[in-house]
Ligand binder design. Structure first.
Ligand SMILES: Nc1ncnc2c1ncn2[C@@H]1O[C@H](COP(=O)(O)OP(=O)(O)OP(=O)(O)O)[C@@H](O)[C@H]1O
Length: 879
C-alpha cells in the first residue's frame, strides 16, 4: 500500500495499460466472454486456462474504467490459471481486479494473496481497501520467467475469496533492457486521475506553499492512521470471523458425526430389517418343509402301521418259532456231531489208505530198500552192480552173488539208484504226516557205511533228504489245518556215540565248558524224555533250517573227519508235535524220530583195535539191541528189551505197538559189499515181518493228568467240605445241649435268688425290730448316764465324748446293711476322720478308738452292742 502511494507519484502510465500491447501473448477476460478490440489495444479472449472458482457478473457501472465491460465479469474463489504453450523466457503479467461483488455479490471482506509461478508476488491484497467498489485495480508488469511452457497464476484467499477480472501476459524485454519509464505496480483510473490532480495540486502547492504540502502530508498521515485503524478493525473482524468459522466447523463436524451415526444406525436398522426378512423367509420355508415332512411321515407311518399289521398277521405262532429255532439248534448239533464223526472217519480211512498203499503188509513197520548208485571210483574201476531190479516185479530186488544162487527180496518199496529224493519222500510223507494226527512215528536208515543213510535222511545241499522235507511237509499241513487244529512244533537234535547221549543243540560255549551227560527218564504217564535236552520251538522252515544246520555243525565239532564220525554215531532228530483241535478241544502229543544210524558193518570185518574197537562194539551193541527189540516185537514177547541200549531206549515210545515205524535199508550195489548187503537185506526182511497191531493215537496225557488231578482235587475239596459240615453240625448239636443245661442252671439259680430274697426280707424285718429294741435300750441307758452325770460322777469332756461316741455308734448300727452283711460308713464318720487326721496321736481321744472299731468291724448287731458296752466301760474306768 505504502509502496503503491509512494510509487504513484512517479507514475507516467500510457493510455494503454500494457506497455507493449504488440507483445501480448495472452489476454483473458476472467469470468466473461471475449472482448475484442479494447481500448487497451488488446483482444481479451473468453475465460479459460482456469481451475476452480465461480463466475461473478454485475450490471453495475464501473467507475473510472478504461474498458468497463472488462470488469463486469470476474472469477471468484480459489482460482489457478495455468497458461501453457508459452515460449521460454521472461514475461510481464498484468492482472485486473474490481470489487464488483460489493453491491450484489457475496457480502464480507476479501483479502487474498497472488502467486505467480508458485511465488507469492502480492500479500493480503484488499481491492476494496485500495480502490473501493466497482473500480478497477490493476497489478502491472509483474516479471515472471517461463521455462517449460507453463505460466501459473494462483489466487489464495486470506479472508474471503479472491476476485479476478482479467489477465494479460506479454513478452518482457531482457533484463536491463526494460523501458526507462518507471511505473507503479498497481494502478487505477480513479487513482490515476486523483494522482494527476494531486500532482498538479502538488506542483501548484509546491509552487505556492510548502505549508500546503505539509498539511497535505499531515492529512495523508491521518488518512494512513485511519486506514491503519480500519485495518486493525478488519483484523479483529477477521479474527471474529475466524473464531466463528472454527465454531462453525466444530459444529459442522459434530453435525457430520451425528449425521454419520444416524446414517450408520439407519444402515444397521436396514441390515437388521433385511436379516429379519431373511429369517422370516427361512422360517417360513422351514415350517412349510417341516409340514411337508410331517405329512410324508404321516403317510409313511400309516404305511408302516399297515405293514406291521400285515407282518403281525403273517407271523407264525411264537411258540412254533421257538420250537423251530430249537429244531435248528438240534440240527446244528447233529451236523456238528456228523462233521466230527466224518472227520474221524476221514482220518481212519486216510490211515487205512496209507496202509493199503504199496501193498503194505498189515502192521505198522514198513521197510523201504534203497540202493545207491555206483560211485565215481567204482564206475571208473568198471564195477558192475549186483543188484537187479525187475520193473515187472515191483518192489522186489535180486542179488546176484557170484556162483551163489540169486536171492530175491521183497519190501514195501524198493528204490533203484535212479530214484531221487522227491520220489523217496513221496512214499515217506504219508507216514510222516501221521504225526500230525497224533501218532508216534519212527523213521530210521539202516545199512553199511557209505550206502547213503545220511544221503537219504539229511540229503545234500540242493537235494534235501527226508528230514528237511518232513518238516517242510509238517509246516505245510499245519498251515492248511490252521483254525481247525493248532500245532506247536519243537525240535531236538542229538547223537548217541559210545552209548552216550550228546545234545547237538547245546550252545558251543556250554559244550566247551562241560559236556552234559544226558539220561533218559520215564514220565509219570509212561512216556520217555531226556531232561536237559534242548527243545527248540520252530515256527518256520527258516528256523528249522537254522536248527538243522547248528545240529550238523555240532556233530562235526570234535571230530577230525566228519564223515568218519557220522558213520560211528547214531544221529537222531526228534520232532515233538502238540496239536489242539479247536472244534473238539482234543489235545494230542506225538513224537517223530528221524534216525541216521551208524554203519552196520561187523566188528570182525572192520578188524580194528582200541577206541575204534570200542566204538564198533557199541555200534554193534545198539544195532543188535535194535534187532532184539524188533525180534521181541515180532515174536510178540512179553518183554521187549528197549533198555539194552540208549538207541532203543530213546525210541521206546516210537518203536512198538502204538506207533508207526519206517525203516530204510540202504545197500551198496558193488560186489565188494555183497556180504554186508545180504546181511542188511536179511535183517530188513525180518523187520518187515513184524506185526505190531494198529497204531494208537497219543492223546495228550499231561492234559488228561491235569484234568484227572483237578477232578481228584475237586473230589478232595468236596470231601473236606463234607467233613467240615459234619463237624459243624456236631458242634452245633453239642452247643445246643450245653445251652439247655445252662438254661436249667439259670432257672434253678433264679429260684435260689427268689428264696434268698425271701430270707433277706425276713432278716430285714428282724433287723428293724432289733434296731428298735436296741435304740430303746440305749436311750434308756443314756438317760440313766445323764442322770449320773448330773449327779457329778463324770467330768464334762468325758461325758461329751461318750455322748458323741454313742451317737456315732447308733448311726453305724443304723447303717448296717443286711444283704451285704456290712456297715456303710456314714458321712458324719468320714467327716470325723478328716477332722482327726491333723491331730497328734495323744490328742486322738479314746473316742476315736471306739469310732474306728465301730467302723471297721463287720459283725452283727449284738456284737456291736457288746463293743459299745466295753467302750463305755473303758470310759468309765478312765473317768
Ligand atoms: N542215492 C544216492 N544217489 C547219489 N549219491 C548217493 C546216493 N546214496 C549215497 N550217495 C553218495 O554216497 C556217499 C556216501 O553216502 P552217505 O554218507 O550218505 O553214506 P552213509 O551210509 O551215511 O555213510 P556213514 O555210515 O559213513 O555215514 C555220499 O557221497 C553220497 O552222496
Amino acid at each position: 500500500m505504502f509502496l503503491f502511494l509512494r510509487e504513484a507519484s512517479r507514475n507516467t502510465l500510457p493510455p494503454c495499460l500494457c506497455l507493449f500491447p504488440d507483445k501480448v501473448v495472452a489476454a483473458i477476460n476472467a469470468g466473461g466472454s471475449s472482448i475484442l478490440d479494447t481500448s487497451f489495444g488488446i483482444d481479451f479472449v473468453d475465460d479459460r486456462f482456469f481451475s476452480g472458482g465461480d463466475v461473478l457478473r454485475t450490471a453495475e457501472d464501473i467507475v473510472d474504467a478504461q474498458e468497463p465491460s472488462l470488469y463486469r465479469t470476474a472469477r471468484y474463489g480459489e482460482v489457478t490459471y495455468a497458461l501453457d504453450g508459452l515460449e521460454s523466457g521472461d514475461y510481464y503479467v498484468d492482472i485486473h481486479f474490481a470489487e464488483i461483488i460489493f453491491t450484489n455479490g457475496p457480502p464480507g471482506m476479501r483479502i487474498f494473496d497472488v502467486y505467480i509461478q508458485d511465488e507469492k508476488v502480492v500479500s493480503d491484497l484488499d481491492v476494496y481497501g485500495r480502490v473501493g467498489s466497482n473500480r478497477p485495480l490493476i497489478l502491472l508488469n509483474v516479471r515472471a520467467a517461463v521455462d517449460g511452457g507453463v505460466l501459473t497464476l494462483a489466487f489464495r484467499g486470506v479472508v474471503g475469496n479472491p476476485t479476478i477480472s482479467a489477465i494479460c501476459v506479454h513478452r518482457a524485454p531482457p533484463l536491463g533492457a526494460e523501458p526507462v519509464v518507471s511505473h507503479d505496480q498497481f494502478t487505477s483510473l480513479r487513482w490515476k486521475t486523483a494522482r494527476s490532480r494531486m500532482l498538479a495540486d502538488s506542483r501548484f502547492m509546491r509552487d505556492k506553499s510548502r505549508g500546503a504540502v505539509t498539511e497535505s502530508e499531515q492529512r495523508l498521515e491521518e488518512l494512513r492512521n485511519e486506514c491503519h485503524q480500519a485495518w486493525i478493525s478488519v483484523q479483529e473482524s477477521n479474527r471474529q470471523a475466524e473464531k466463528l468459522r472454527d465454531e462453525l466447523s466444530v459444529k459442522s463436524l459434530t453435525v457430520d458425526t451425528l449425521a454419520n451415526a444416524v446414517e450408520t444406525q439407519v444402515l444397521e436398522l436396514r441390515d437388521l430389517k433385511e436379516k429379519e426378512m431373511n429369517e422370516k423367509t427361512k422360517l417360513k420355508l422351514a415350517v412349510s418343509d417341516a409340514q411337508r415332512k410331517v405329512e410324508e411321515l404321516r403317510i409313511l407311518y400309516s404305511l408302516l402301521s399297515k405293514d406291521a399289521r400285515d407282518c403281525i398277521c403273517s407271523f407264525p405262532d411264537p411258540h412254533g418259532m421257538v420250537s423251530a429255532v430249537q429244531a435248528l439248534v438240534n440240527e446244528q448239533k447233529e451236523l456238528k456231531k456228523r462233521l466230527l464223526d466224518e472227520s474221524q472217519e476221514r482220518k481212519f480211512l486216510y490211515n487205512k489208505l496209507i496202509e493199503m498203499k504199496g501193498n503194505f503188509l498189515p502192521g505198522n513197520v514198513r521197510v523201504f530198500c534203497r540202493c545207491r548208485p555206483l560211485n565215481a571210483s567204482e564206475a571208473s574201476a568198471s564195477s558192475v552192480s549186483l543188484v537187479e531190479f525187475d520193473s515187472a516185479r515191483e518192489n522186489e530186488l535180486v542179488i546176484r552173488a557170484g556162483t551163489n544162487p540169486k536171492k530175491l527180496y521183497k519190501f514195501d518199496r524198493v528204490f533203484t539208484p535212479e530214484d531221487d529224493q522227491p520220489e523217496v519222500f513221496a512214499d515217506t510223507s504219508p507216514v510222516v504226516v501221521s504225526v500230525l494226527d497224533g501218532y508216534n512215528v519212527c523213521i530210521f536208515a539202516y545199512g553199511q557205511t557209505g550206502t547213503g543213510k545220511t544221503f537219504t535222511m539229511e540229503g545234500i545241499p540242493g537235494n534235501r533228504g527226508v528230514n528237511y522235507r518232513t518238516l517242510e511237509e509238517l509246516f505245510r499241513l499245519s498251515t492248511v489245518r490252521k483254525g481247525e487244529v493248532n500245532y506247536e512244533i519243537k525240535v531236538s537234535v542229538l547223537e548217541v556215540y559210545n552209548e552216550q547221549i550228546r545234545d547237538l543243540l547245546t550252545t558251543p560255549s556250554q559244550a566247551g565248558l562241560a559236556p552234559k551227560r544226558l539220561e533218559i527218564k520215564q514220565d509219570a504217564d509212561g512216556g520217555h524224555r531226556v531232561p536237559g535236552l534242548v527243545e527248540a520251538e520252530v515256527h518256520s522252515m527258516t528256523e528249522v533250517w537254522e536248527v538243522l544246520q547248528s545240529g550238523s555243525a555240532a556233530r562235526a565239532v570234535g571230530s577230525t573227519n566228519a564223515n568218519e564220525h557220522s558213520s560211528r554215531s547214531h544221529c537222531m532228530l526228534c520232532v515233538k508235535v502238540r496239536g489242539e483241535n479247536m472244534t473238539t478241544g482234543e489235545c494230542t502229543r506225538s513224537k517223530l524220530w528221524l534216525v541216521d544210524l551208524a554203519g552196520s558193518e561187523r566188528v570182525a570185518k572192520s578188524d580194528v583195535q582200541g577206541d575204534r574197537l570200542k566204538e564198533a562194539q557199541n555200534i554193534n551193541k545198539s544195532l543188535s539191541a535194535l534187532g532184539d527189540v524188533i525180534h521181541a516185537l515180532t515174536t510178540k514177547s512179553n518183554h521187549v528189551p528197549y533198555r539194552n541200549s540208549k538207541l532203543t531206549h530213546l525210541l521206546q515210545d516210537s518203536l512198538g505197538g502204538e506207533s508207526k515205524t519206517l525203516m530204510f535199508v540202504q545197500i551198496s550195489p558193488t560186489e565188494a559189499d555183497v556180504g554186508e548187503t545180504l546181511c542188511s537185506l536179511n535183517f530188513a526182511s525180518r523187520v518187515r515181518g513184524v506185526e505190531m497191531g494198529p497204531a494208537k493215537k497219543q492223546l495228550d496225557s499231561s492234559e488228561f493228568f491235569k484234568y484227572k488231578q483237578m477232578a481228584e482235587k475237586a473230589k478232595q475239596d468236596v470231601k473236606t467240605k463234607d467233613d467240615s459240615v459234619r463237624r459243624l453240625e456236631d458242634s452245633l448239636r453239642t452247643t445246643e445241649s450245653k445251652l439247655k443245661v445252662k438254661e436249667q442252671l439259670c432257672q434253678s439259680l433264679a429260684e435260689k435268688v427268689k428264696d434268698r430274697d425271701k430270707v433277706a426280707a425276713e432278716l430285714e424285718l428282724q433287723l428293724a425290730t432289733e434296731k428298735k429294741a436296741r435304740l430303746a435300750a440305749e436311750v434308756a441307758l443314756k438317760e440313766k448316764r445323764l442322770k449320773a452325770d448330773r449327779e457329778g460322777s463324770w467330768d464334762r469332756a468325758d461325758r461329751a465324748n461318750a455322748e458323741e461316741a454313742l451317737e456315732a455308734a447308733f448311726k453305724t448300727a443304723a447303717s448296717f446293711h443286711p444283704k451285704e452283711n456290712s456297715y456303710r460308713q456314714p458321712l458324719q464318720e468320714r467327716a470325723l476322720e478328716n477332722e482327726l487326721k491333723p491331730l497328734s496321736k495323744d490328742e486322738k481321744a479314746p473316742k476315736v478308738l471306739g469310732e474306728t472299731v465301730l467302723c471297721k468291724t463287720r459283725t452283727s448287731i449284738p456284737k456291736i452292742q457288746m463293743v459299745l458296752l466295753r467302750f463305755y466301760a473303758s470310759l468309765h474306768t478312765q473317768g
